[in-house]
Design a protein around this ligand. Structure first.
Ligand code: DX5
Ligand code: ZN
Length: 218
């Protein structure tokens, strides 16, 4: 049994039929449902907010992995928790008091994630390892699906070593440009949760299960 989890990003699904897409991706074997929240300010694109997450919630029992690309995130984490998020991840650069926001997320009974942009150094984790349940390494600049993978295997391996040192079960997630080819690289470097949008959704619902299986097995 593979210990790799796949988190399809709903950013690449058919937004006109979220119920159908959620059910299809659930049945296809998704582990987490990755939800990309963008504010048109922290990143140059706008997606959706808590009401849409709440509307999606009844259609699957899978873990809602909410990736907040918003600045600031602090004023909104409670609304996303109430909407049904299970994991809430914030970018290292999005809030002045990152540590406080991570504590705020845990106090709401949710798992807390920290996100590193491609250029964000791993040293931002130095004093946060006890406060995170998930670390997300961006392998594209956030804002859009369908971009090319940026090779950051050294960074992923560095974070894997930091996680192993804690002895805690912290997810190491990678997001951006994940395909059957790049999945291999990030897994070898130590990632255990793979986000994939374009690769999973691009050929329609009949292929979702195959795509998820391929990402797990390569
Ligand atoms: C990008 C988002 C990603 C995006 C990935 O800012 O965080 O989750 O949906 O899309 P692909 O897999 O197409 O790179
Ligand atoms: Zn994402």
């Amino acid at each position: 049994m593979s210990n790799i989890k796949i988190a399809p990003s709903m950013l690449s699904c058919d937004f006109s039929n979220l119920e159908k897409e959620l059910k299809a991706i659930d049945h296809a074997g998704a582990d987490y449902i990755h939800l990309d929240v963008m504010d048109g300010h922290f990143v140059p694109n706008i997606t959706f907010g808590p009401p849409v997450v709440a509307a999606m919630r009844p259609h699957t029992g899978k873990v809602f992995d909410v990736h907040l690309m918003i600045n600031p995130a602090a004023p909104y984490v409670e609304a996303f928790a109430k909407a049904g998020a299970d994991i809430i991840s914030i970018h290292a650069e999005a809030d002045e008091h990152t540590h406080r926001v991570l504590q705020q997320i845990r106090a709401l009974g949710k798992k807390a994630g920290i996100v590193l942009n491609p250029a964000t150094p791993t040293s931002v984790l130095d004093h946060l390892m006890d406060d995170v349940d998930l670390i997300l390494v961006m392998t594209v600049n956030p804002g859009f699906g369908g971009q090319s993978y940026i090779s950051l295997e050294d960074k992923i391996a560095d974070i894997r070593a930091r996680i192993d040192k804690t002895g805690r079960d912290i997810d190491l997630q990678v997001d951006g440009g994940i395909t059957d080819e790049t999945a291999k690289l990030v897994k070898e470097a130590g990632a255990n949760v793979l986000v994939a949008g374009t690769y999973v959704f691009k050929d329609g619902a009949e292929s979702y299960a195959d795509k998820i299986r391929t990402l797990k097995e390569v």
